[in-house]
Design a protein around this ligand. Sequence first.
Ligand SMILES: Cc1cc2nc3c(=O)[nH]c(=O)nc-3n(C[C@H](O)[C@H](O)[C@H](O)COP(=O)(O)OP(=O)(O)OC[C@H]3O[C@@H](n4cnc5c(N)ncnc54)[C@H](O)[C@@H]3O)c2cc1C
Length: 451
Amino acid sequence: MNTRQLAERTRGPLYLPGTEGYDEQRLGFQLLEPHKPSVIVAVTGTQDVQAAVEFAAETRSPLAVQASGHGLAAPTEGVLINTRRMSGVRVDPQTRVACIEAGATWQQVIEAAAPHGLAPLSGSSPGVGAVSYTLGGGVGLLARRYGFAADHVRRIDLVTLDGRLHQVTADSDPDLFWGLRGGGGNFGVVTAMEIDLVPVARIYGGSLSFEVEQVPDVLEAWHRWTATMPDEMTSAVSTLTYPDLPMLPEPLRGRQVAQIAISYAGPQEDGRRLAQPLRSLGPILRDTLRELPYADSGTVFDEPDQPHAYRSRNVLVNDLGPRDLADLTKAAGPSAPVMTVVGVRHLGGALAREPRTPNAIGHRDATYAVWVLSPVQAGEQQVVRETHRAALAPFAGDALGCSLNFTFGPLSGDEIRSAFAPADYDRLVKLKTQYDPHGLLHANHSFPLAG
Ligand SMILES: Cc1cc2nc3c(=O)[nH]c(=O)nc-3n(C[C@H](O)[C@H](O)[C@H](O)COP(=O)(O)OP(=O)(O)OC[C@H]3O[C@@H](n4cnc5c(N)ncnc54)[C@H](O)[C@@H]3O)c2cc1C
């Protein structure tokens, strides 16, 4: 098959290098080292996906899939399937199930679920692709109450590298169903997914911001507070030093600020009472805690929504020492060599419990995810890498492994392995070898082939 024949088989358009729209189609949220494909297929349905996969298999071209492009780690020069046009969401309020197409963002799922008083297990940023997030596990705003998004998947429609469409369920193909939920996009191209929704219409949430100079131990205070919280409370802390720039509000310029973001899945009186110790930590720069519809949950973390270049790493741990948290705070301080944001997410609760149908997610027992992220300007890659290594070094001795979903940038084989229990990793490599025997599929973090 050549690209002309491929174009005849697809309803969605093809984009070749140098043609109009090529750049718009290949770029996603992550602008660092974007895909440079020899052909982009802007798929509109399963048949388009099958044609693109068969083309890649026949021409032995590397194949990558991009939804909203938040997680790009391994750019491709081969075939890129862009799923943005497949963004349909169907909600069945009776069974509390949503059928989501490959390119739907969480915002689209949230909007479809909200009129029924339901919510998906979405994350901090509603612009993230729901399918990609779920394939990688998915730690959301209701995570400690309900677990990983991948724990609540009923069916996955998958086109494998031989072009065949499978409706993968716990009964139809237990091994593949296990691996797809946590193993990422390593085994084929997902066209749609059936996921559970939860009966959450409103949460108590938002954030509290403090100046670190005034509350130097804010990370440790949050850490102590998390140990007293019920599963309904999911929270995180982060800190960064704002540049001293005139376009920023005066109170933030050149100052190190820490933000505690919370999401409480219960009555607002309880949420307010549980958050009270945080309000007492010191002078508050900004307080957005309130009861809010889940449809506004993107305001809780209030993350940047404009595409940019960034790198991020993380470690999963079971406990945090005050000294380590002080070092972590300093890593994002005014003396950081590049702009550095550090943070910790509170895990545990339902995340630690095995779902009814086990999946490939690693390190369920981890209690905290410690992460470091930097926007990357030209020529800064090396210094960013070194800064990130240094920031996470205090946690290396206690690290259980890392989370692939929260890693933005390439990882070594050992680092990818560290995301899973050893036996599970071997099982994932076996599945990869079975379903992608030529290693064509460039997943965000790809498993090697066995042997
Ligand atoms: C600002 C921000 C906030 C985030 N918040 C959270 C959070 O709260 N919780 C959390 O768990 N994660 C979070 N993440 C991580 C996010 O879940 C992953 O990076 C996810 O992979 C991004 O999905 P995407 O569609 O946006 O990215 P893309 O780059 O489009 O996709 C990422 C990867 O998913 C795979 N993939 C995508 N579509 C398919 C498909 N149809 N079939 C097979 N494989 C596919 C591919 O391997 C692809 O490289 C966040 C990331 C960012 C940048």
